[in-house]
Design a protein around this ligand. Structure first.
Ligand code: PMP
Length: 288
């Protein structure tokens, strides 16, 4: 049997089977919750501060109170990494508006306190995944999600369906399309490369403002690479020299096939490989 993890719930460190959340919790009934995923490499947190700042923004956008423990999030992350002996892996964090009798109206924050949950996932060799050497195959699907994708809510049913559609098609993931243009991957930001230029959709409410995206674009500009933040169609993507995705858990991952069309020679492109290397090197230097 898998080792029992220690998880965090509203101020307590508990064995995972002891941590219980109410059936009235609004994240369970209404998807009224937000989350963050921070990766751990060599026992240290990657881009922790970016995730903390985005969490605060998600909470503000939904008029959700900061949970008790918000100011101690770094210590809580570190303690979970320590007690669970995570060398490489992830820390998942979720805040919900709390448990209140079912009602569309938000409960009074004086009466109902947010729920804060954190747990770890152990992923040995996270940065050396074979997928990075091989590259990913993606399909395109309609983007039928709601209009506030900039808020990192736990409404993940459509991304989940998208990944199942990709699997059924023998692929690794799906890129979503709105009005002919690619928004993002089901759990990552999407990029194409033409020549030495990196092209990715500009920030708006249509996509999640990826923490990895911000870092990768900064490193690309520092390395004197050209970056264009604009929308691109799936047809433009199929004709690109290369493509890749970014996320906290996949870092930079090359994409080698879109809807059955191979990009370049069908192997990971040089820009994607270089950005992955730079991202991992630079982020590790700043890991906490
Ligand atoms: N877009 C979506 C829809 C996502 O779910 C994620 C990952 N949570 C991302 C982009 C990438 O964001 P980040 O780099 O902060 O992990």
């Amino acid at each position: 049997m898998k080792d029992m993890r220690t998880v965090y719930l509203n101020g307590d460190y508990l064995a995972e089977d002891e941590a219980k959340v109410s059936i009235f919790d609004r994240s369970f009934l209404m998807a009224d919750g937000v989350y963050e995923v921070t990766s751990v490499l060599g026992g240290k947190l990657i881009d922790f501060d970016g995730h903390r700042v985005r969490l605060e923004r998600s909470l503000n956008e939904l008029d959700m109170q900061k949970p008790e423990g918000f100011d101690d999030l770094l210590e809580i992350h570190r303690e979970l990494v320590r007690v669970n002996e995570i060398e490489d892996g992830l820390v998942y964090l979720q805040v919900s508006r709390g448990a209140a009798d079912r009602d569309f109206m938000y409960p009074d924050p004086e009466d109902v306190k947010p729920t804060l949950v954190l747990f770890t996932q152990n992923k040995p060799g996270l940065a050396n995944s074979p997928a990075a050497a091989k590259g990913m195959k993606v399909i395109s699907i309609d983007d039928i999600r709601w209009g506030r994708r900039d808020i990192k809510t736990v409404q993940l049913l459509y991304p989940s369906m998208g990944k199942m559609m990709a699997k059924k098609a023998g692929c690794d993931d799906a890129w979503m399309i709105q009005d002919g243009f690619v928004t993002e991957g089901t759990s990552n930001n999407a990029y194409i490369v033409k020549g030495n230029k990196i092209i990715t959709r500009a920030l708006s409410n249509d996509i999640l403002h990826g923490i990895t995206r911000a870092a990768v674009l900064r490193f690309a500009r520092e390395a004197q690479m050209e970056v264009e933040e604009r929308s691109f169609t799936i047809d433009e993507a199929k004709e690109a020299d290369e493509a890749f995705i970014t996320s906290a858990s996949a870092f930079v991952m090359p994409v080698v096939e879109i809807d059955g069309v191979s990009l370049g020679d069908g192997t990971p492109g040089s820009v994607a490989k270089r950005m992955r290397e730079i991202y991992l090197d630079e982020s590790l230097k700043k890991a906490v």
